[in-house]
Write a new protein. Structure first.
Length: 320
């Protein structure tokens, strides 16, 4: 299960991209054209193969009107073969609110390196010319849907991007009627609003208030873990943190800071591996502190993520 809101702090700026404000203006114009009957024909499909030559036109430029999900894959990758059909099916069901770009890493090494991909399958998104990591590994369908829901929300609320006009051929013509939503707990809504507004201190306190009344509230627990993580990395100099961690592997505080930055930057396995190794090397209070931080990071990613499952096993082997 993923956190409710995606943090843009993990965004990688792409130099060839237009500013977000200009992208928003274009999206608004596209909607105006559609309302006036000037919208062009729907694209041929929502799933496209992209290479380095077509990346700027097919991904960067199109991200001004629709969030583009990127699936980094390879023919030899078995987990990729599990994830790709799920991504393709879910994207089709979104009816033009997202576009899926498939990139073969064996044929497009430059893109693979530019995005800092650590392993495949790896899924990123590009919104208004800005790229952010979504998840890595063969995620379950529920997680894919939750992540795309968050992506659509971020694209609309922060950039005014609502997707392509018209429903492409092969997509679902109509969405199934949804059951009425249960009214959200006002206290939880206040916590979400604080997090969305960047008030991390207020969000932390609000989530704690919810958990004091309902300790089993999963959404509040996930929100609290995310807010605390973002609060810890605010103001950190990434180069200084990583240098300190590399120079002194026994410095527990340095390893904790570096792991936080790893996670926010999308390097989930690096963050988990760093902390498992720190648990192995440390003892007493330092060991317990590191173990608890690792459990907090598990909360941010979600218990169903295969990287969490793997890291839990590694932690158990170190502890027992």
């Amino acid at each position: 299960m993923q956190p409710r809101n995606m943090s843009m702090s993990g965004v990688v700026d792409l130099a060839a991209v237009k500013a977000a404000g200009e992208a928003k203006q274009k999206a608004e114009q596209a909607r105006a054209d559609s309302a006036a009957g000037r919208g062009g024909p729907a694209p041929a499909g929502l799933v496209i193969d992209v290479d380095e030559a077509g990346f700027e036109a097919e991904v960067l430029q199109r991200s001004a009107e629709v969030p583009v999900v990127i699936d980094f894959w390879a023919e030899w990758c078995e987990p990729c073969k599990q994830l790709s059909p799920v991504l393709e099916r879910v994207v089709q069901e979104y009816g033009g609110r997202v576009l899926l770009a498939k990139i073969d890493v064996d044929k497009n090494q430059m893109l693979f390196q530019q995005f800092g991909v650590q392993g495949i399958p790896a899924v990123f998104a590009v919104v208004a010319g800005q790229a952010l990591p979504l998840f890595q590994g063969a995620a379950p369908e529920q997680q894919v849907r939750q992540t795309l829901d968050q992506l659509v929300q971020v694209a609309e609320e922060r950039f005014g991007i609502t997707g392509l006009t018209g429903v492409p051929e092969g997509a679902e013509a109509e969405e199934e009627p949804q059951a009425p939503e249960t009214p959200e707990d006002p206290a939880l809504a206040a916590a979400h609003s604080a997090l969305d507004a960047g008030d991390l201190g207020g969000a932390v306190q609000a989530y704690k208030n919810v958990l004091s009344d309902d300790p089993a509230n999963t959404e509040a627990r996930l929100g609290l873990a995310q807010a605390e993580l973002l609060g810890r990395v605010q103001g950190l100099d990434a180069q200084e943190v990583r240098t300190a961690a590399a120079d002194d592997p026994a410095d527990v505080e340095a390893q904790l800071r570096a792991a936080d930055l790893d996670l926010v930057g999308g390097h989930v396995e690096d963050a988990f591996g760093r902390l498992v190794e720190t648990v192995r090397r440390s003892a007493g209070e330092d060991r317990e502190r590191t173990r608890l931080r690792l459990l907090e990071l598990f909360e941010v990613i979600g218990p169903e993520d295969p990287r969490v499952v793997t890291a839990r096993g590694a932690l158990a082997r170190v502890l027992f």
